[in-house]
Design a protein around this ligand. Sequence first.
Ligand SMILES: C[S@@+](CC[C@H](N)C(=O)[O-])C[C@H]1O[C@@H](n2cnc3c(N)ncnc32)[C@H](O)[C@@H]1O
Ligand code: SF4
Length: 332
Amino acid sequence: MNEMNELEKATLWSCYALENIMTTNNEFLSICSGIKFKKRPKLKIDFQDYDATVEQFLYLRQSVLEALNNDVFVEIDTCRGCPELARQPVFNKYKISALHIQDFNVCNLKCIYCVRGTKDNNKTNRPILDYRLLVEVLKRRCLIDDNLLVNIALDEISIIPGCDEIASVFKNYTCCVFTNALFFRDSIKQILQGNNRSYIITSVDAGTRETFAKVKGHDVFGTIRESLINYSDRGVNCVKLKYIILPNINDNYEDANGFLKLCDDVCAKAIILSRNHIFDIIQNENLPDNSIQILAYIWQKAQKASYTVELLRKYFSTDELNRLDVAISQSE
Ligand SMILES: C[S@@+](CC[C@H](N)C(=O)[O-])C[C@H]1O[C@@H](n2cnc3c(N)ncnc32)[C@H](O)[C@@H]1O
Ligand code: SF4
């Protein structure tokens, strides 16, 4: 019993995100980056005072932890009910090990599954944080973990005016840059050259010119292929390619094979398999068997070619994952 009490004392209701993630989202700084759980703790950035903003961030984090663990209602009643919460060992020097840059801005494609591309495509005048100042403050306060991963997902980084500056601030950190690769940018390439663990992720979702145009809204499959080859230098392991399976659009062998060929052409570091996590899940639609078959096909081929395959499991239903397991084992 005593031992149990000691254990209870040494743990707190918390989660990895609460302790380690900072997310920027235009005028907000938030803890966590969850897309499924909307009550994430956030605060308004003071663009005149980054020190005060970081101070508020730390205060917010502390307040949320206290509220969760003392079971009192506080004004910042965030996180409560989040499935990620669990008892964690108390650890006093929380550092930022993942910085997610998720500012909404502009994009030059119109992917059929993306809210940014289809609905909110014209926000050129939104404020962009001064990341140099933010990093300076975080460094000064020793808040940056040695293994910091910077996730850069600024709608489309390659077309925003601050692209080169952001690249220059983060080029020596390990970065994951989400880009549609329509425009090749030297500064993004410098991020890849600055740290050999950095990479880009491009959601291709097609293997033919026609399907690409249908999914991404522009007929630019060839252009994107060329810039991906430029980023990869025909050998540097720094491009991850994604395939969001879309029923009746790209769940066919021609697209799957074209996509695998592109992975070869750019010497892909990994293949990411995903699904449309917004519309389908809201409508509660399970993926049809055909889509599952094509995912299993890409999975098998990729494994045989020794690619790392990352299945974004959290976006799939249990039923879909079970059917995928069966389809993979049957095609072995
Ligand atoms: C919003 S984009 C921004 C970066 C960049 N424009 C790109 O396309 O990679 C970041 C990622 O979100 C993913 N995404 C956007 N909408 C999605 C959806 N409805 N379902 C699954 N993934 C989605 C894209 O595949 C992309 O990899
Ligand atoms: S390229 Fe990226 S941001 Fe643009 S519409 Fe497609 S997924 Fe959305």
